[in-house]
Design a protein around this ligand. Structure first.
Ligand SMILES: [Zn+2]
Length: 453
């Protein structure tokens, strides 16, 4: 009897010794997603049979089942047959309206797994304050960044309500008025719309970039030509929206003769660590629902769609007018040039993030991010490259640049993630097959999020 007790005690000591050696693993609690395919957002190969451990809002560990023990006391969730990807990062949205409207836009984003967004140029001081409060991190909202009110030529692109300085002094004061609010970015519409010659001048761009950087904000520019891209890079600009292919024209789009970016442009962009957010949906959604009206049968898409735009696309005559327009073929050819630009710069080693102009009438919050991903795969990126663009790359372009603690599913990162019922590597549209969404380590109650008609 006594011998047995000693023996038992001995085993106990040995067992405890093992426990001691694995001490970090034995911290109790948290959530463990077990058996799913892990796509961590870094571009690493997917892990077929993975464990992801989440506690206190962060990823504790993520990897193969063998290398990633499940802590005692963790809530184990069987993820067999599912795929886990990081929450999506949309670098081009426009929140609209007051707090109540913005809250619904937040909910629509979370329903679809968009956990981070950059609002880019239409935010009043009141909206900026609201977005900054959410940016600090709260459940029920994505992590929004803001550019406040953007800058335009005085008669230029949609200049009403924008900052449209005519002197250097005025430009610097207007930039500081934004940075005093705490905005993360200073946005410029450097574009020739509505007509050539109405671009923000090169001198004025340089002043705006300079004043933004001096005051701790990141300059970001809507461009549609290579010359302004080159000039802005000289001035210190590293963050661009849209493309250098100037295809806009009568009928909504005209292909150009020489759409390829020059070798000099690609080299300079790569050397300077430039990032692009090409924003394809804002163009392609001008006809997408005319070609694919069956998509409008999806109640969730209908719920997040701008009601006026939805009514337009519900109308068979509107749809017919779009696809039967003699200019339609040109529009699509011009769009293909934009997609080719995305593929070219991506393959040239330039950072490409995702953004879609969500909040404009044809681009619904939440759903639109998944459609933008589909357009990237159509452009020629692999599903894996597209997921990286939609997560880690975008996160890395937000301040502090290159230091995001979210956007990938690695130990220590914020637990913003999506569990999918189907494999997005087999078909990127499977990112819409959402099982659950986690924000800040908490499951989102998706049923409560969609707007009611
Ligand atoms: Zn926009």
């Amino acid at each position: 009897m006594k011998r047995l007790s000693v023996l038992a005690l001995g085993i106990g000591v040995v067992a405890m010794g093992c426990v001691e050696a694995q001490a970090p693993v034995e911290e109790p609690g948290g959530i463990a997603l077990v058996g799913g395919q892990l796509i961590d957002g870094t571009g690493s190969d997917p892990v077929a049979d993975s464990v992801v451990v989440i506690r206190d809002g962060r990823i504790v560990s993520a990897g193969t089942r063998e290398a990633t023990p499940v802590p005692t006391g963790a809530e184990v969730i069987d993820a067999t047959g599912k795929t886990i990807i990081p929450g999506l990062v949309n670098l081009h949205v426009h929140y609209r309206g007051g707090p109540e409207a913005i809250e619904q836009q937040f909910r629509s984003q979370l329903y679809y797994g968009v956990t981070t967004a950059r609002s880019i140029g239409s935010d009043s001081p009141e909206a900026v304050a609201y977005l900054l409060e959410a940016n600090a991190g709260r459940p029920g909202a994505p992590r929004p960044y803001t550019a406040g009110i953007g800058f335009s030529h005085p008669n230029g692109f949609n200049a009403a309500g924008r900052n449209a300085p005519t002197t250097e002094e005025e430009a610097r004061a207007l930039v500081r008025a934004q940075t005093d609010l705490g905005v993360h970015f200073i946005k410029m519409w450097v574009t020739e719309m509505p007509e050539p010659g109405l671009q923000i001048t090169p001198e004025m761009r340089t002043v705006i970039v300079d004043e933004a950087i001096k005051n701790g904000a990141i300059p970001v520019a809507h461009i549609d030509g290579e010359e302004e891209g080159l000039q802005l890079m000289e001035a210190g600009g590293r963050d661009f929206l849209h493309t250098t292919v100037r295809t806009f024209g009568p009928g909504g789009g005209t292909p150009v003769d020489d759409p390829e970016p020059s070798a000099a442009f690609l080299q300079m962009a790569r050397d300077n660590g430039v990032g692009f957010t090409p924003t394809l949906s804002i163009i392609q959604n001008g006809w997408h629902f005319a070609e694919r009206p069956e998509l409008l049968n999806d109640p969730a898409l209908r719920a997040v769609f701008n009601p006026d735009a939805l009514a337009r696309w519900d109308d068979p005559e509107t749809r017919a007018a779009v696809v039967e327009d003699p200019a339609f073929a040109d529009r699509k050819a011009a769009f293909r040039q934009l997609q080719d630009f995305v593929k070219t710069i991506h393959d040239a080693g330039i950072k490409v993030a995702l953004g879609n102009d969500a909040g404009t009438p044809n681009v619904p919050f939440g759903w639109g991010m998944h459609h933008e991903m589909e357009l990237y795969v159509e452009a020629g990126l692999t599903p894996m490259q597209t997921i990286v663009a939609a997560t880690a790359t975008g996160a890395g372009m937000l301040p502090p640049v290159g230091q995001a603690d979210f956007g990938t599913l690695e130990a220590g990162k914020v637990a913003d993630l999506i569990v999918l019922n189907a494999d997005p590597l087999a078909d990127i549209r499977n990112t819409l097959e959402i099982d659950r969404v986690m924000r800040l380590g908490e499951w989102v109650d998706r049923e409560e999020l969609l707007p009611t008609p």
